[in-house]
Every structure is written in C-alpha cells, then in structure tokens.
Design a protein around this ligand. Structure first.
Ligand SMILES: *Cc1c(COP(=O)(O)O)cnc(C)c1O
Length: 492
C-alpha cells in the first residue's frame, strides 16, 4: 500500500515519501507527516533474529513506500557499514539495571550519524526518482552534532552542496574542530553570533523565502534540509528503537510483548518522536520519557500544556539540547490535535508571534504516553560520577541527563532503555570534570587520554582525526546576515 505525506499546516498538500525528503519542509512552512503511521509488518519473533540492517529495512519500507526494495536496501547497506565501529551498529549495553542504547558508534560519534549516514543516499535516490536535475543545497542549523554528521554524510556527494550554521559560543571545542576541519569541495560551515534558535529560525526563514527560491532556481539550485524537520531523518531513527526491543528479547531480558519505558535526552524532539512513532507502529512501549536539561521548555509544556519559549536561554554542558524551539514537537501537536492542520497552524503562528501557545485539555489527554523530566547541571554531573563510581561505565553529558531522569526522577516498574546519544569523548571536559573536579583547569585535549584510561575504552577514530587536522573553515556572520552569507557562498 502506498503511503503519502501531508503537511502539518495544510491538508491539501499530498506528496510521496521521496518528494517529502527532497523538499525537506512543506511549502507552507509545515512539516511533512505520514498520512497514517504504519504498523510493523513483521513479528517480534522475527525481529529478534534480524541484524541492524534487516531491522532498518523492515521499518523503513513501511514508511518509504515509493522506494523500491533494491533502492532501500542499497541505501541501508551504504549507510550502516564500516563507518560504524561495531557490527551491531547500535549496541544495547546493560549497566546496573538500566539499558543504554548506544547510538554514537558512527563516524562523528553522536546519534545524528544514525540518520545522517543514510539521508544523503535517500536524497540522491529521491532526486533520481523525481528527475530533479537541480543541485541540492542542504541548508542546516546545528547545535553541534547535526552539522558535523551532515557534513560528513554529504561531503563530495555528487549533485549536492551543504552549508551549516552553528552558534559560535554554543558548541564544545571538539564539536567546533570537527566541523571547521571537515574536508570536501561542496562543504561550507559558518559560525553565527547567536544561539541555536537563531540559527534554526534563520534557516527556516530562508526555506520560506519565495524570492530566494526563485533566485536559486534560476541558478540551478534547490534547497533541502538535513535537520530533523526532514522526514528522511526521522524515519531511519525509528529503526533503532525496534532493534533495541528485539535485543532485549533476544537476550531474554524481557518476555515477548512486555512493555518497556524509553527515556530520551531531548532537544529538537526528533529522537523521542521517532520512539513515539515506534510505539504507534506497535512496539510494546509503556512510557516515553522526555528528558530535558535546564532549558526545560518541554518539561514545563508537558506539565502545564503551555509552551512558552520566553525565558532565559541557558548554555549547559549538554549543548545539543540547548534549544527553546523544539521544531519536531509540531508533528506531535498535529497528531494530538486530531490531525487538524488549521489548528496546528494557528498554534505555530502563535509561537512565532508571541513565543507561546497553550493546548486544549482534550489535546493534553492524548499526551498521556509521554512524560517529562529534567536534570540540572549539578544533577547531570552527579549522575556521571555516580554511575562511573558504581560500575566503571562513563557516559556523556546528554546521556547523563536522561540517565538521571530514568534513575532519580521517573522509575516505574518497567525495564528502562536510555537513549545514549553521544560518546563521552565528544564532551570530554564536562565528563572528566564531573568525575573529578581537579580537571576543571586541564586542557580539553589533554583530557582525552585521561578519559581513555579512566573508561578503559578505545579512543574513537573521530577524535584521532581532529587532533592534527587543519582548520579549513573560518567564516562567521551576524544573525541577520545569514541569507547574505548563503548568497555569497553560492555566488547568487
Ligand atoms: C541532537 C542531540 C540530542 C537531541 O536530540 P533531538 O532529536 O534534537 O531531540 C541529544 N543528544 C545529543 C548528543 C544530540 O546530538
């Protein structure tokens, strides 16, 4: 059966999966959503026997119905290969009584690799399928991890260019170096004098800019997005939740059909939305727990039904979650609004105008599957130290936010999976300082070896790569000069 995609803001939009992936964002500024969330077509017993690639196929074929089996399998094979440092791609590690789903074994050691390893292949396949002859310009805002993962994924991919914007003072040193040293003749990265929300709003504005679209078109370009507003990023992420559940079954940790809780460290709401889709596909999930850092706009929203971004923006030790406008929440709002695009549009307009909206009680009732929790900076650091001292396992700051929420805030009677979204090497300074305050003045790069010794893990290739790489990208711009910068880069 063919599955089509609609816009969250306009019920007249009706496109295929490949068209939705190519466009990134709907013309009305809405996000593409499947007209219905398909059910899993294989049994849990069958899933138990599958490897990662087979699981990814079983999930993705339900959503991306206008791709042939051959196309999808080729995309999957190209994405989930030796770029990952483990054959299982997304290992599930049991520590104490918690299961950490390690999503950081790809090329850039953060969970963004799970989707951005495959998105370039989906996009180029989609372009062929739709006879799109324009060069695709990937425009992306990053809080640190998407940028590098997207640049690595798209570097030297024919028919594409990529331009990334990141907040100059809002990323870790490792993250910044990973981006500024990225090779590839189609790659540009720009540091903006602002925060992630500025970057994301600036990029969204360019997508909605009709005049710019016209100029691009004349020059043979078209925009697409590598942000999680692109449905081509969201769908591949559903796969690892299904895979994790099947691993629990395979390892006899649960009975078939037993419900589990999943805790996700959340920023833009993409990762947790993928878990929500997995639940709606029929995966036995009890609660989805949305874990925030001190930018707890989502926690407050889940408590009160009021989404209010008018608050102080906090720079935390989990910078990839320093976000006040969680763009993927729009997809959930659409679902709980009974797929009413007018209502969704009105709420998103209110967010744009006033930075705030409130959902109805009726909508709130439909949110009962999802609960919120958060960890302060101190609690996050304490969690890293606690788990390390008890078990020897070292986790990164983002994972620690979720681990804290799992172990100290919300602990039901179900088995609990924590999505582990980054390698501790990527946030080495915060991680080592959490373990021992004496490292507070030590150079970030000197701490990499200390972390290796303390954790007994190997230094990831991604880290070795940046240690002596040359900085190639030094462009910076003000928030209101993003469009001009793009025009310069593309010689428009
Ligand atoms: C992007 C990111 C997150 C947040 O994921 P969302 O899908 O934006 O909610 C959490 N942790 C890390 C390490 C990330 O890179």
């Amino acid at each position: 059966m063919d599955l089509y995609y609609k816009s969250t803001r306009d019920s007249n939009v009706y496109v295929t999966a490949s068209e939705a992936i190519l466009a990134g964002l709907a013309p009305d500024g809405g996000l593409f959503v499947p007209e219905q969330i398909p059910a899993l077509s294989v049994s849990l017993g069958e899933l138990k026997k599958m490897n990662y690639q087979e699981t990814a196929y079983a999930v993705m074929k339900q959503f991306l119905t206008d791709f042939t089996e051959e196309e999808l399998k080729e995309c999957i094979a190209k994405a989930y290969d030796v770029k990952f440092d483990t054959e299982s791609i997304a290992p599930l590690v049991k520590v104490d009584n918690t299961y950490y789903l390690e999503l950081f074994h790809g090329a850039t050691i953060a969970f963004k690799d799970m989707a951005l390893s495959i998105l370039p292949h989906l996009l180029t396949a989609a372009a062929k399928k739709n006879q799109a002859d324009h060069e695709i310009v990937i425009l992306t805002a990053t809080s640190g991890d998407t940028g590098k993962a997207a640049m690595a994924g798209f570097a030297d991919v024919e028919g594409t260019r990529i331009i990334v914007f990141y907040p100059k003072d809002g990323v870790s040193k490792v993250q910044q170096l990973q981006m500024t040293t990225q090779k590839g003749k189609n790659v540009d990265v720009v540091a903006i004098h602002g925060n992630f929300d500025h970057a994301q709003s600036g990029v969204k504005a360019m997508f909605e800019d009709k005049e710019l679209a016209k100029e691009l078109n004349e020059k043979g370009y078209q925009f697409s997005s590598a942000n999680s507003i692109n449905i081509g990023r969201l769908i591949p992420q559903v796969a690892y939740y299904v895979y994790a559940y099947a691993k629990l079954l395979e390892n006899d940790e649960i009975e078939e059909g037993e419900k589990v809780d999943i805790v996700v460290p959340t920023g833009n709401f993409g990762n947790i939305l993928a878990a929500y889709y997995a639940k709606r596909m029929g995966l036995p999930i009890n609660k989805l727990v949305c874990a925030s850092n001190e930018n707890k706009v989502l926690f407050d929203f889940l408590q009160t039904g009021v989404y209010d971004k008018n608050r102080r923006f906090v720079l935390t030790s989990s910078p990839s979650m320093d976000i006040l406008i969680s763009s993927n929440l729009e997809r959930l709002i659409y679902l709980i609004a009974g797929e009413d695009s007018e209502k969704t549009k009105a709420l998103m307009e209110a967010l744009k105008q006033n930075g705030k909206y409130e959902i109805s009680d009726h909508m709130r009732e439909k949110l009962s599957d999802i609960i919120g929790g958060y960890a302060t900076e101190e609690q996050t650091a304490d969690e890293i130290k606690r788990v390390y001292e008890k078990t020897g396992y070292v986790m990164d700051t983002h994972t620690a936010v979720a681990s804290y929420v799992c172990n100290k805030v919300y602990r039901g009677d179900k088995k609990c999976i924590v999505a582990s979204t980054a390698s501790p090497y990527k946030f080495v300074k915060s991680v080592m300082t959490a373990i021992d305050k004496k490292y507070v003045d030590t150079d970030e790069f000197a701490l990499l070896e200390t972390l290796r010794d303390v954790s007994g893990t190997q230094m990831p290739q991604a880290i070795k790569d940046i240690l002596d790489a040359e900085v190639i990208h030094r462009t910076e711009c003000d928030v209101d000069k993003m469009k001009e910068t793009v025009k310069n880069i593309l010689s428009l």
